[in-house]
Design a protein around this ligand. Structure first.
Ligand SMILES: Nc1ncnc2c1ncn2[C@@H]1O[C@H](COP(=O)(O)OP(=O)(O)OP(=O)(O)O)[C@@H](O)[C@H]1O
Length: 205
């Protein structure tokens, strides 16, 4: 059994079929990329694996459990495109919240590795879009979850910070997380273990 199993998934949004009969198996400790043009269905598939949507047809399972029933951030974490940060809290409070809730000690250098140490104490509403995105990425990585689903993690990053993000994704995969990334950023695709290409809602290669 693979860690993530997507079987016969067709998904409809509004009146449009946005995913067609998707089959996919992904294993632990891999950096897996969902690549494809804007509108090809990457975010939708991310949402299904993260369990925030249920498929119209077919099955999405994480470790044998229907993805929408998994409620534990240590099992499946998510970096959504819209980030969903608490903007009145600081960068560190947001990023480390999942660890604090579980009384777990976060990795000492997580904020440093994402270039956030210098602004750790600043409220998120006083940060840039790129800093916010890295804060939400840190929150998705802080528990070393079994699966981390990351939707466009470099969308707001300059070259230097793309390098930091890529290193963080590789480190998470090396530590055992299945890192599932929706992106069209070639710099991530170049270091991926698995690349799944979506085209108009179908796996194309
Ligand atoms: N709420 C919605 N209602 C109807 N259609 C939707 C909705 N959200 C997305 N879609 C459509 O579903 C398709 C897949 O969208 P999705 O966001 O998964 O693509 P994507 O590959 O992640 O795109 P991007 O790279 O631009 O984020 C698109 O054709 C989009 O127009």
């Amino acid at each position: 059994m693979s860690l993530v199993e997507v079987a016969g998934v067709t998904h409809t949004r509004g009146s449009t079929i946005v995913l067609h009969d998707i089959d996919l198996r992904l294993d632990a400790g891999r950096l897996a990329v969902l690549a494809g043009r804007s509108g090809s269905g990457k975010s939708t598939l991310c949402h299904l694996v993260a369990g925030v949507m249920t498929p119209s047809k077919g099955d999405v399972r994480v470790d044998g459990v229907a993805a929408h029933r998994v409620r534990d951030w240590a099992a499946v974490s998510l970096l959504p495109q819209r980030l969903a940060l608490a903007t009145e809290l600081t960068v560190a409070e947001n990023a480390l919240l999942p660890a604090r809730i579980r009384r777990r000690t976060p990795e000492a250098d997580l904020l440093e590795s994402l270039g956030l140490a210098g602004i750790a104490g600043r409220p998120v509403h006083q940060t840039s879009q790129g800093e916010r995105q890295r804060t939400a990425l840190a929150r998705a990585l802080v528990l070393r979850s079994t699966v981390a689903v990351l939707d466009e993690p470099t969308g707001h990053q300059d070259d230097e910070h793309v390098g930091m993000v890529v290193d963080a994704l590789r480190a998470a995969a090396t530590a055992g997380t299945l890192v599932l990334v929706a992106t069209h950023d070639q710099r991530i695709i170049d270091v991926a273990d698995d690349v799944v290409r979506l085209s108009s809602g179908r796996v194309s290669g």
